[in-house]
Write a protein that binds this ligand. Structure first.
Ligand code: ADP
Ligand code: ZN
Ligand code: ZN
Length: 738
């Protein structure tokens, strides 16, 4: 026998199958890890296939040394996903295999999961006689009478059961043995299903999703306004799929931010639910993964990488808040969990559900084209109206002499809410802090004349730069529109907001959630819990508070500066602003009392802000997709960035310019190719220096159609220009343009 093996080295040169001889007495199946000799070393490898014959010369063959696991760690369909990622994300098989296995699993040994169990060795009558003097032993005999296969000791409803069982073993009437854990039966499902009467929208969604389980692969976009009860739809869909004997995966943007979701799933699905959580200990993670691999857990909740969870007979993948950027990995392989989920569902004929109140442009466009079935839920499940949103023009505040970061309207609203003993959320997006220049008097921001994006301020050389085309200019000393001298770098921090709030409202109790206060995940959960319990009146936070939370007593949401995300050097900043505002507005009035939102902005007429205030997703979509079409942005085009980093600026820059030249030459070589190209530009990256390394980028925009050959060339070209001292990475549709 021979085995074809991928060795655990991520370099491109060894990204191929190596054939090894399988020694007598060793049995291998695909998905098993082994150790093999490789040059002078012994390394890990993954069995991809086995064969009876080989074309490789006998003298060149080496033996597989040992088998690492008792059972395959990579299921056949996950193996297929790895091949898919190798192609799609232009990575190596070894890197793809690493991505699908959690680090804890990679460093451990996988065995079938066992628990101690006990069974009778004597017949029941004899056993009863032998333990006539111990009531506890007799009780256990009674239990075991009906369990000829044995019973897990943890299932015996008795304190100190282990000791009693040990005594019975000594008497020779029972034996303790390791029992392989079997999947948990679905007995708890029915009783623990909480009973909301589903709204019409929910019922329709559950019915359509449920009907898809028996047919071919289907995908849905569940577009429901904030508070429409998407979670309830997920839980019903999961239950339906479990009842058909299949498993499910639920992806959430960040599991630490969704303790409620986890709790609900645990309550309803008990041990059948596994959580893949970055906050778990190494051992716990390993155990959860193994529970899934053993078929003990059939529902998995987790972040991005849970899309690879080894759920056999998978029937459903749900991606909650599908528009979130966290679904894209920024490390090799730079996969997009949504694309991987789609492929996995296709391979396993499973159902895909993408849920969001603010779907991404790409997903909604695909739904309108019929690739996803569109399910709409336009009303809140509680019957409450969406909150009333008031836009405050901060330019007017300045004119009226109010230089505070709180408008008069917001101050009054806070006052009222506190008097009613209801809670307030103050939202402030710090991303983009100080990175652009804005006129405080008229709201003017400096835009690139060619690209429709904000110019970014670089403090180290005091210039404004366009990150798309490289245009450079000096920051204006006075506003070119209104001549005001109050044109400057823009931004305040959450800490400042908290201080000012305490000045304005002495005695107010607050919790602040930002990167400083939530460096560890426990702190975050604790702060959220404190606020939920009502221990603080006001929560101040960055985008991490915008998502998913359900705080019934919050009736006022204040947005300190809605424009913060609008002025990032990114073609998606309008979309992100709309999404963030809609989500954060959705935190208000989810309980008994109606909600109210005050949005402060310097650009009250901007469509992203106006339409978020109206919570009109469809109108925003139409407007934005037209702009994308006009400006040749995705989904109409493909964007790539080749990022070069190194200690010597001249080397980094030279390499970037060579790549730019070569790629341009490639496109110019035939007129046919030239039509795919929109732009290729080498320039300094927005973040020009990071940890003492210089950063340059080649920014490339192509027509999406048939650009595969071009993509291959670009990736190759980038790789070839890598050199000692200059690292080169290619990112397709980069998450960040910094
Ligand atoms: P979304 O995720 O769509 O923003 P949630 O799933 O958080 O909304 O649900 C919002 C609130 O509505 C939750 O408090 C939930 O318990 C409640 N809810 C969900 N479904 C129903 C229903 N059918 N009837 C009454 N309340 C419901
Ligand atoms: Zn001005
Ligand atoms: Zn430009």
């Amino acid at each position: 026998m021979y085995a074809q093996i991928i060795v655990d080295i991520t370099a491109t040169e060894v990204d191929k199958l190596f054939t090894y001889r399988v020694p007598d007495g060793m049995s291998l199946t695909p998905g098993l890890r082994v150790t093999v000799p490789f040059g002078p070393r012994t390394i890990y490898g993954m069995v991809i296939s086995t064969s009876e014959t080989t074309t490789v010369e006998e003298s060149k063959l080496k033996d597989v040394l040992s088998v690492v696991d008792d059972m395959p760690v990579v299921l056949p369909e996950i193996m297929d996903l790895c091949f898919f990622m190798r192609e799609k994300y232009r990575t190596t098989m070894a890197a793809a295999l690493r991505a699908v296995l959690p680090a804890q699993v990679r460093s451990g040994k996988i065995r079938p999961l066992t628990r101690f169990a006990v069974r009778l060795t004597a017949d029941a009558e004899a056993a009863t006689k032998k333990c006539s003097r111990s009531q506890k032993q007799q009780e256990i005999v009674e239990l075991l009478k009906n369990e000829p296969q044995g019973l897990k000791i943890s299932r015996i409803p008795m304190d100190g059961a282990m000791q009693v069982v040990r005594a019975m073993e000594k008497k020779g009437i029972a034996e303790i043995f390791p029992m392989q854990v079997r999947r948990v039966p679905y007995e708890r499902l029915e009783e623990s299903l909480q009973t909301f009467t589903l709204t019409e929208g929910q019922r329709n969604a559950v019915e359509q999703i449920g009907a898809s389980f028996d047919g071919d692969m289907k995908s849905f976009l569940l577009h429901g306004v904030t508070g429409s009860g998407k979670t309830e739809v997920y839980m019903h869909a999961v239950r339906e799929v479990l009842l058909r004997g299949k498993g499910a995966i639920l992806l959430v943007p960040e599991i630490a931010l969704t303790p409620q979701m986890v709790m609900w799933f645990r309550n309803r699905f008990g041990d059948t639910a596994a959580v893949l959580h970055s906050g778990l200990s190494q051992g716990e993670k390993f155990d959860e993964w193994q529970r899934i691999r053993d078929g003990d857990a059939r529902v998995v909740i987790g972040a991005r990488s849970a899309v690879f969870a080894p759920v056999e007979n998978l029937g459903l993948i749900i991606i909650d808040e599908e528009h979130e950027q966290t679904y894209k990995s920024e490390n090799n392989p730079c996969y997009d969990a949504r694309e991987v989920a789609l492929e996995r569902c296709r391979l396993q004929r499973a159902t895909l559900v993408l849920g969001s109140a603010t779907p991404s442009m790409e997903t909604y466009a695909r739904a309108l084209k019929g690739y996803h079935v569109l399910l709409e839920m336009n009303e809140r499940a509680t019957g409450r109206p969406l909150p009333e949103v008031e836009i405050v023009d901060m330019r007017q505040e300045i004119v009226a002499g109010n230089r505070s970061m709180f408008s008069v309207a917001l101050k009054e609203a806070i006052q009222e809410t506190l008097l009613k003993h209801q809670q307030v959320v103050l939202f402030h997006n710090r991303r983009g802090h100080s990175s652009f220049v804005k006129c405080r008097a008229c709201g003017f921001t400096v835009h690139c004349p060619h690209c429709d994006v904000t110019m970014t301020y670089h403090s180290y050389d005091d210039t404004l730069k366009c990150h798309y085309c490289g245009t450079i200019m000096q920051p204006p000393k006075t506003c070119p529109v209104c001549d005001s001298p109050y044109i400057r770098r823009f931004g305040v921090g959450t800490q400042q907001i908290e201080e000012k709030l305490k000045e304005e409202f002495p005695g107010v109790t607050t919790v602040r959630l930002d990167l400083d206060t939530t460096a560890n995940k426990d702190a975050l959960v604790e702060l959220l819990t404190r606020f939920r319990k009502g221990d603080a009146q006001v929560m101040i936070g960055t985008q991490m508070i915008a998502k998913g939370h359900d705080f019934p007593n919050v009736t006022l949401v204040g947005v300190i500066a809605a424009d913060m995300t609008l002025n990032l050097p990114d073609y998606r900043s309008e979309e992100r602003t709309f999404q963030l505002l809609t989500q954060v507005e959705g935190r208000a009035g989810r309980g008994l009392f109606p909600g109210r939102v005050v949005v402060q902005t310097y650009e009250p007429d901007h469509y992203a802000i106006e339409l978020a205030a109206k919570q009109d997703y469809r109108a925003f979509y139409e407007k934005e997709i037209n702009r994308r079409r006009r400006r040749l942005y995705p989904p109409y085009t493909v964007m790539l960035r080749i990022l070069l980093t190194g200690r010597e600026e001249s080397d980094v820059r030279a390499a970037a310019e060579v790549i730019e030249m070569q790629i341009n030459a490639f496109f110019d070589s035939t007129p046919n190719r030239k039509r795919q190209k929109i732009q290729v530009h080498a320039m300094e990256a927005p973040l020009g220096r990071l940890r003492d390394e210089y950063r340059w980028q080649v920014f490339i925009k192509l027509y999406a159609k048939e650009s595969d050959e071009a993509l291959d060339y670009i990736v190759e070209c980038a790789k070839e220009n890598e050199q000692p001292g200059v690292r080169v990475e290619t990112e397709l549709d980069p998450v960040s343009f910094m």
